[in-house]
Design a protein around this ligand. Structure first.
Ligand code: UD1
Length: 426
């Protein structure tokens, strides 16, 4: 297994140039399936989740070219209606292709994604919404078969504003007959980016980014070119790295409303944040202040995808912070690893914990439990006295483009030790 070796203590500072958002590009790649033309997407992050989506597209007959951050997909010929189980097992969010596949084809089959490390992650809301659009769904032996008996607009009200279910519904509704109305839609910025991409392709969608979305079905789509929004979570992660190590970070490009839920908390911690013409500048606090309560919530609340990284920062705060994870039931696995690095964390319940700041952390051998949890360990390691080994870094590579190079360019002492078996090609 590959790992990072990190010698903490250096300030993380300088200019950060960040690529597109993982959570925007994945549904956008799925959306290219709907198009019977060429889709060109810029600012695509070089992360392993993108390669899983590329493999899915290739497995159904799309021609894909990806270089220098630009992805070109020709989806004019689709020759398979089924998505190989292997991909869904590798990346749970590949379920997002379901809406696009049934929007384009009369039938599709995909394996049930099942649970994952951070929680059970059911897809009942996705399936209910597709049924409301007229899709017949049969579930058998862990597979979902979708039949397009008809595809007609309807009013869909989500019990919970699920990001994936909102995206799957939009994708299926783009070519439905009539108008689809989504109430209590997720408001995450990545959904707005999906809307913008689809509208450039000829879809008629309005309201994404708010809790009410309206989609007027269209028959035909056309060639499209689009640049993905900057990754607010990756930016937030590097901002924490800087704040933890006493650095100053300049970020070249941000979308201010996307960053505010994260910046708001970092200001509470004592960071000074100034928005510039296109980006922002973060100055780290002299003393890291604890926050009474960090409660994750759907956008525009504090994102669950930043909970672990903020917790790493709070391990060094002056005071005690309570973390309340409301989105996923099992998203505290990084706590045990942070404790190995010297953090003082007490579990109250499965989704509430208390972090009492300590004066310093120390190096240790730790394992990434999941993507953001792994990032939190890298952050903590940057602020330790001593050397830390972070293993299971394939989790981190799912969502951060070349994190070791980015951090090294910002002053970190970090290098990656490649898995010897991987190098030999076993
Ligand atoms: C997306 C993001 C993920 C982020 C999450 C919440 C992508 C690729 N992933 O995941 O990084 O952490 O949003 O911001 O964009 N739920 C159900 N039934 C469903 C669907 C969801 O009960 O049919 C529950 C989930 O178990 C979870 C909560 O709703 O507890 C939120 O899930 P959801 O918003 O759907 O997250 P994802 O789309 O999976």
């Amino acid at each position: 297994m590959s790992k990072y070796i990190i010698r903490g203590g250096n300030k993380i500072e300088g200019r950060l140039d960040i690529r597109g958002a993982k959570n925007a590009i994945l549904p956008i790649i799925a959306a290219t399936i709907l198009n019977e033309n060429k889709s060109t997407i810029h600012n695509v992050p070089d992360i392993s989740d993108v390669y899983v989506m590329i493999k899915i597209l290739e497995s159904i007959g799309c021609k894909v070219d990806y270089k220098y951050g630009t992805l070109v997909v020709d989806s004019s010929n689709i020759n398979s209606m089924e998505i190989d189980e292997e991909y869904v097992r590798k990346m749970r969010s590949s379920i997002i292709v379901m809406g696009a596949m049934i929007g384009r084809l009369d039938y599709t089959k995909i394996s049930y994604p099942g649970g994952c490390a951070i929680g059970s992650r059911p897809i009942d809301l996705h399936l209910k919404a597709l049924k409301q659009l007229g899709i017949r769904i049969e579930e058998e032996s862990g597979f979902i078969s979708c039949y397009k008996d008809k595809l007609v607009g309807n009013t869909i009200t989500f019990e919970f504003p699920s990001v994936g279910a909102t995206e799957n519904t939009i994708l299926a509704a783009v070519k439905a007959k009539g108008i689809t109305k989504i109430c209590n839609a997720a408001r995450e910025p990545e959904i707005e980016d999906l809307q913008n991409f689809l509208n450039k392709m000829g879809a008629k969608i309005k309201g994404a980014g708010t809790s009410y979305i309206e989609i007027e079905g269209v028959d035909k789509l056309h060639e499209v070119e689009h640049a993905v929004i900057p990754d607010r979570i990756a930016i937030g992660t590097y901002m924490v790295a800087s704040a933890m190590t006493g650095g100053k970070l300049e970020v070249d490009r941000v979308v201010v409303p996307h960053m505010e839920p994260i910046c708001d908390k970092l200001r509470d911690v004592g960071c000074e944040i100034e928005y510039t013409k296109e980006g922002l500048i973060l100055k780290s606090p002299k003393t890291i202040q604890a926050i009474d309560l960090v409660r994750t919530a759907p956008h525009p609340g504090f994102p669950t995808d930043m909970q672990a990284q903020l917790m790493a920062l709070m391990t060094l705060a002056n005071g005690t912070t309570v973390f309340y994870e409301t989105i996923f039931e099992n998203r505290f696995m990084h706590c045990a690893e942070l404790i190995r690095l010297g953090a003082n964390i007490k579990y109250i319940t499965d989704n509430i914990c208390m972090v009492k700041g300590v004066n310093s952390l120390h190096g240790a051998k730790v394992k990434s439990p999941d993507l953001r949890g792994g990032a939190s360990l890298v952050l903590a390691a940057l602020a330790t006295k001593g050397e830390t080994e972070v293993s299971n870094i394939y989790h981190v590579e799912r969502g951060y483009e070349n994190i070791e190079n980015v951090l090294r360019n910002l002053g970190a002492n970090i290098y990656k030790v490649e898995d010897i078996d991987k190098i030999k090609g076993y």
